[in-house]
Design a protein around this ligand. Structure first.
Ligand code: NAD
Length: 425
């Protein structure tokens, strides 16, 4: 589907920074944002490119390129993940950093937005190489990060092991154990209960809210999920337990479908044993290009960006799209989906469960007092339900779609903070 969705799509539509700018401009225009403020928020506050030399296991010295971009610190310290992937670019990191600003604002947690990335292929690197890369990258950006400055977290290609190395590298430099410098850490090093499931749980909560508005029960709801990793897998597991019928799962190498609902735990076991979701006994293999346009109630893209484009949006038959991934829908697809009355739960709201529990982790680290899972889930639910209602009410009040509403609401909140702080000169 991604190949099909992106073929013959104008390159600009697929450029994440241009997408972010387009959405920002739409919200700014609608809010009649003055030119100076528009310029200020259209430009990331700080961007750093670093060269990261490390010794590979075979004795060669290799130099990797890394970025850290802080888009805004108006509402608090910058917050955002670190991505390790071969196709990381400064434009992508910029776009993701601005999304973090809007995401933190839309769920009303006291952070600005940031993102980091290193151009590398973690799948072909050894544990030792990844550790050296993570530590050297951390030391290269060390003045930019800190519990009150900028707090990284995992993203594509990074995990809690790497967050432990970041925490250790930072702590060794500062000569004190500083757990709150990074979130998404192992539990034993100040991680939070419920963090691993948080994004998937957040997706489930907003889907429940959307269904309540559509007056449907989870049990009468067919869901198709793209991506069976952290977000997609956890969403599938939790939603299945909550009674949703998970009819389809789409992965990069194929898709499986069962209109009566898939047994998610068995599918996970099957993938563990065979390395793939395809040929699962409890389902039919279906074309992954077709799977996203099959009839369903909820489509949950949770793999990567630019999946729903101007090329395939008209064929989407889901009633609700819950954007588990960042940027799965391009601005070119928006008007088509609007025309077809698809209820969109935009990424900056739908996948904000992760950053919300990251916020809880940071709070717990700073308190030195840790919550039980029940409390984490209860507080996550409060944030997701309130934010969903805020966005939908804003949309209804202004007669606009949910994405524009989420962006305008976020922008409103960031502007209010900037105005109260004033411009320091
Ligand atoms: P992940 O690597 O754990 O999972 C991604 C899954 O998508 C993998 O199973 C992968 O095989 C699959 N995939 C890759 N390419 C695909 C393709 N072309 N077609 C179908 N499936 C494909 O990553 P994740 O952490 O689940 O993140 C997924 C998305 O959610 C990303 O956009 C990420 O930025 C976003 N996100 C993640 C979190 C989080 O807490 N993990 C929070 C907010 C947003």
């Amino acid at each position: 589907m991604i190949a099909e969705a992106t073929s013959a799509v104008p390159a600009n539509e697929l450029n994440p920074w241009i997408s972010a700018e387009t959405r920002f401009n739409q919200a700014a225009q609608r809010l009649n944002l003055e030119e100076g403020m528009r310029k200020m928020l259209a430009t990331p506050t700080r961007e750093v490119t670093v060269a990261i030399p490390i010794m590979l296991d075979d004795g060669r010295l290799e130099v990797f390129t890394g970025y850290r971009v802080q888009h805004s610190i108006a509402r608090g310290p910058a917050k955002g993940g670190i991505r390790f992937a071969p196709d990381v670019s400064l434009d992508e990191v910029r776009a993701l950093s601005s999304w973090m600003t809007w995401k933190c604002a839309v769920v009303n947690i006291p952070y600005g937005g940031a993102k980091g990335g290193v151009i590398c292929d973690p799948s072909i690197m050894s544990e030792g190489e990844l550790e050296r890369l993570t530590r050297r990258y951390t030391s290269a950006i060390i003045e930019m990060i800190g519990p009150e400055i900028d707090i990284p977290a995992p993203d594509l290609g990074t995990n809690e092991r790497m967050m432990a190395w970041i925490m250790d590298t930072y702590s060794m430099h500062k000569r004190q154990a500083t757990t709150a410098v990074v979130t998404g850490k192992p539990l034993i090093l100040g991680g939070s209960r419920g963090r691993a499931e948080a994004t998937g749980r957040g997706c489930m909560i907003v889907c429940q809210q959307a269904l309540a508005r559509l007056k449907k029960q989870p049990t009468e709801t067919e869901v198709i999920i793209q991506g069976f990793g952290n977000v997609g897998g956890m969403s599938a597991r939790l939603m299945s337990k909550a009674g949703f019928k998970i009819a389809g799962i789409v992965e990069w190498d194929g898709a499986v479908y069962n209109s009566h609902g898939l047994d998610i735990e068995k599918l996970m076991q099957h993938r563990k044993e065979t390395g793939s979701i395809v040929d699962f006994a409890g389902a039919d293999n279906v074309d992954k290009d077709e799977a996203l346009t099959m009839e369903c109630d909820i489509l949950l893209p949770a793999a990567k960006e630019n999946v729903i484009t101007s090329r395939n949006a008209a064929r989407i038959r889901a009633k609700v799209i819950c954007e588990g991934a960042n940027g799965p829908t391009t601005p070119g697809a928006d008007p088509i989906l609007r025309e077809n009355n698809v209820f969109i739960i935009p990424d900056i709201l739908a996948n904000a469960g992760g950053v919300s529990v990251s916020y809880f982790e940071w709070v717990q680290d700073r308190m030195g007092y840790f919550w039980n899972e029940e409390l984490v889930i209860q507080r996550l639910e409060e944030i997701m339900v309130t934010s969903f209602q805020d966005v939908v009410e804003y949309a209804e009040k202004n007669n606009i779609d949910n994405r524009l509403a989420a962006n305008m609401l976020a922008l409103d909140r960031v502007i209010a903070a900037i105005k109260l702080r004033g411009i320091y000169a």
